[in-house]
Design a protein around this ligand. Structure first.
Ligand SMILES: Nc1nc2c(ncn2[C@@H]2O[C@H](COP(=O)(O)OP(=O)(O)OP(=O)(O)O)[C@@H](O)[C@H]2O)c(=O)[nH]1
Ligand SMILES: [Mg+2]
Length: 446
């Protein structure tokens, strides 16, 4: 068998054209072996120091890191990260739109590889057109069949009834078999694909989305250096009729596996008591105890945009939770989406300080749009209110639970974001035709 070429220190230095006193200085442990940081990370300080395209790659560096054998990735100072996209051949145009914008605003400076996934082979046209839009390496992967088919414990008759029922009541794509496979794959399989074995981080990109702002720092280094596990930029409600049993299943998981819950987990922002006025008193322990009155308020990170740690998704806790839900059949008897599942998983297994709101990334998916208020981000979009996307996706006919405060304010919590103007009253606001979510002291555009 041919031996891999072992790079000598001098070769590494020559190729990079910059001094490295010890190439192993850049040896970085993978997530799993990172020791807890004694000094709490300071993401804001990190941004101040690194938002000058500090880690932008030269063409020479890019070519070097592309040329080293697979093991070379282990000494690269770059995070092992990829832009990932599940997409159909027929969505090529839409994907090209997303890629053009993300490449222009960000990735042309950082050259992270793209990994495309499909439930069938990608066409030559798809491969050529996408590779043509980036200097980074592209990989084209087919999802293994066992990750994209009905598990044998699913009763097909019951599944057919669900397709018909959810389709009839108007739950979005409730009648589509492929949509169910897609949600299940995004919940429990994407991180198991062999192509991602050598990666620690991902950024999910869908066809037909928009990126509006120039991003001047390395998102993946930001995540890694600040010990973050999950990043989002919209926190919203969707049609909860697609996951009626999700919370009771989650609660039973918590009862059965309290050992998986992170000691610093904070589910308060996801739980409401029945009376909106007392919502803030719902506690995580009330969920854990099984008898508490905290109910899931249906808030979710809108997962078509997400940046995450693959080690987190591969963790025993997340795996146990996914399997718990999967065995109960909610992806097929209901239409569980990956968004609420990722949300609950991250909230249960990660301290809130390791979840990041990318307020600075201007982004649009269909009717949902997020645009930062600060012109320093150089965005081609008008700033959106903090609450802009709150319940846009909830159909009028869905009589579902909504939190007392908008999801993003529930998440951000402190800093006065849930404070109401003196004398403001939700019932009065509704009586005058409002939706009861006005009255905040801070608009979020400050
Ligand atoms: N290859 C492949 N990709 C799929 C399939 N179904 C969905 N996807 C991809 O999965 C992602 C989510 O699917 P969408 O249909 O956009 O779901 P959504 O974002 O909830 O719905 P929209 O609001 O209509 O965009 C997109 O990137 C799709 O391209 C499928 O059957 N095959
Ligand atoms: Mg979509």
């Amino acid at each position: 068998m041919p031996q891999p070429h072992l790079w000598k220190r001098s070769e590494v230095i020559d190729a990079l054209d910059q001094p490295i006193s010890n190439p192993y200085q850049v040896l970085r442990p993978t997530d799993a072996s990172v020791k807890p940081n004694k000094h709490a990370p300071d993401p804001m300080k990190w941004l101040e120091e690194n938002s000058n395209n500090k880690y932008a790659e030269t063409a020479k560096e890019r070519d070097f890191w592309r040329s080293v054998p697979a093991w070379g990735k282990h000494i690269s100072p770059k995070p092992r990260a990829a832009l990932i996209s599940l997409v159909r051949n027929s969505e090529l145009e839409g994907l090209m739109q997303s890629m053009r914008q993300l490449e222009y605003h960000w990735n042309r400076k950082y050259n992270y590889p793209w990994v495309f996934f499909n439930d069938e082979e990608f066409s030559d046209e798809f491969k050529a057109a996408t590779q043509n839009l980036t200097n980074a390496q592209c990989y084209y992967e087919v999802v293994p069949q066992e990750h994209w088919s009905l598990p044998d414990w699913i009763d097909e008759g019951r599944f057919m009834n669900s397709l018909e029922y959810l389709g009839a009541i108007g739950v979005g794509k409730g009648w589509m078999v492929s949509y169910r496979h897609m949600c299940r794959w995004n919940s429990g399989f994407f991180y198991k694909h062999p192509r991602l074995k050598d990666f620690d981080w991902y950024w999910r990109v869908e066809p037909d989305v928009h990126f509006f702002c120039s991003i001047d720092y390395d998102i993946f280094r930001f995540m890694r250096d600040n010990n973050l596990k999950y990043g989002f930029n919209m926190n919203i409600l969707d049609d909860a009729r697609s996951f009626p049993s999700l919370w009771s299943r989650t609660r039973s998981f918590i009862n059965a596996h309290p050992e998986h819950i992170h000691p610093d987990a904070d589910l308060d922002w996801l739980l409401d008591n029945d009376s909106p006025s007392s919502s803030s008193s719902a506690t995580f322990s009330s969920a854990g105890g099984g008898g508490g009155s905290g109910e899931y308020n249906n808030c979710q990170f809108f997962s078509n945009f997400e940046v995450g740690s693959l080690a987190f998704f591969r963790s025993a806790a997340n795996e146990a939770y996914f399997n718990w839900l999967d065995r109960a059949g909610g992806f097929y008897y209901e239409r569980f989406g990956d968004a609420p599942i990722h949300t609950l998983s991250v909230a249960m297994f990660v301290p809130k300080s390791e979840i990041w709101f990318f307020r600075d990334i201007g982004y649009q998916h269909d009717i949902n749009r997020h645009c930062p208020p600060n012109s320093a981000h150089r965005c081609d979009c008008e700033p959106t209110r903090l609450d802009e996307n709150f319940y846009k996706l909830v159909p009028l006919e869905s009589p579902q639970r909504k939190p007392a405060d908008t999801c993003i304010r529930r998440f951000l919590g402190g800093g006065g974001l849930v404070e109401k103007k003196e004398g403001w009253n939700a019932d009065v606001e509704r009586a005058w035709g409002g939706d009861g979510y006005g009255g905040y002291v801070l608009s979020g555009l400050e």
